[in-house]
Design a protein around this ligand. Sequence first.
Ligand code: NAD
Ligand code: DAU
Length: 351
Amino acid sequence: MLKKILITGGAGFIGSHVVRLFVNKYPDYQLVNLDKLTYAGNLANLEDIQDKPNYRFIKGDIVDAAFIDELFTAEKFDSVIHLAAESHVDRSITNPLDFVMTNIVGTVNLLNAARKHWKGDYENKRFYHVSTDEVYGTLGEDGLFTEETAYDPHSPYSASKASSDHFVRAYQDTYGINAVISNCSNNYGSYHFPEKLIPLSINNIKNNLPIPVYGKGENIRDWLWVEDHARAIDVIFHNAESGTTYNVGGHNEWKNIDLIRLLCKIMDEKLDRDAGTSEKLITYVTDRAGHDLRYAIDSSKLQNDLGWKPSLQFEEGLEKTVDWFLSNEEWLNNVTSGNYQTYYEKQYTER
Ligand code: NAD
Ligand code: DAU
């Protein structure tokens, strides 16, 4: 039985959904959420479960090796689900070193602690590393990323995630640590930080601000409902064989501009605006450097081996997401005040 789990990055977007799912589904587990609470970490994401007896929050930095070692000594974790990361591609273009520190050094610190504290008992422990499809680089018009696709990262973010994946596999091969990795496509849903395309556009449409579309809006992403990703993590954590990798994706490819047009239509309806009003906010801006053209995941291994599949149609999921953001104004206002304004100005006014 895996009972005492360290979840890193549990105050972020995906992490908060994983924490919520595990806390509610496994009352016998002890779940410890370790998070540095960077700009992307927010304990308001977890208000509904913060007082549950099987949940605890610890503020800390995975880059601090001594702290991580002490934490493993004190807590005697059975397993780790590692989500903590710097996650935004645009920020990685401005500050690559932050991504090297958290995504690579932070992951290696956790692996070192697992190696030391679980020695002699690796088969009864589990290190689950949550990664991204961006490690595979970009697709042309055809094809899908499989678990065998060669790594070919193009941004400092994806290079740092690729490196961390390699370290996880190296620790599995070299020391025998029980490790699994999943590589997922773009998530969307509640608590998504509004630096990312969908929540940023929702916030801008709501406030009648320009919707910045990079390049010609022709890049394609494969969107997955975040709660479906959390379910996949649950299934993989409990059932995957050591050393396995699973791709997770929505079979749901959208050109950015088509997605934005659909979002505008939904927002016009929800905000009682005349049809076509929000589309007028679409503004083409300078493209992202090194912008990958297309991501699309083949998740048949996960579907065939472990029976997981996405639950929601995108149109339904997007509408639910819009509803969530419109009825959680306070959350949105809190995360878009202060430092967000400085970030936004730097990122978008010079484009
Ligand atoms: P996020 O940016 O919303 O959350 C990251 C969390 O990690 C935040 O709570 C932050 O405070 C915490 N954190 C950052 N640096 C830390 C440090 N040094 N020590 C401790 N905590 C730290 O990210 P997300 O979108 O929820 O992504 C979670 C994970 O899933 C990441 O590893 C990301 O690479 C991966 N992923 C994300 C997506 C996506 O679409 N968002 C898709 C596939 C994989
Ligand atoms: O594929 C998984 C990855 O998806 C995760 O690993 C990352 O953590 C996550 O941030 C996400 O990366 P993307 O770069 O694909 O997501 P983002 O929301 O930043 O951008 C989605 C697409 O929209 C991309 O083609 C860039 C474009 N874009 C983005 C923003 C923020 C715009 O056109 N305008 C924008 O303002």
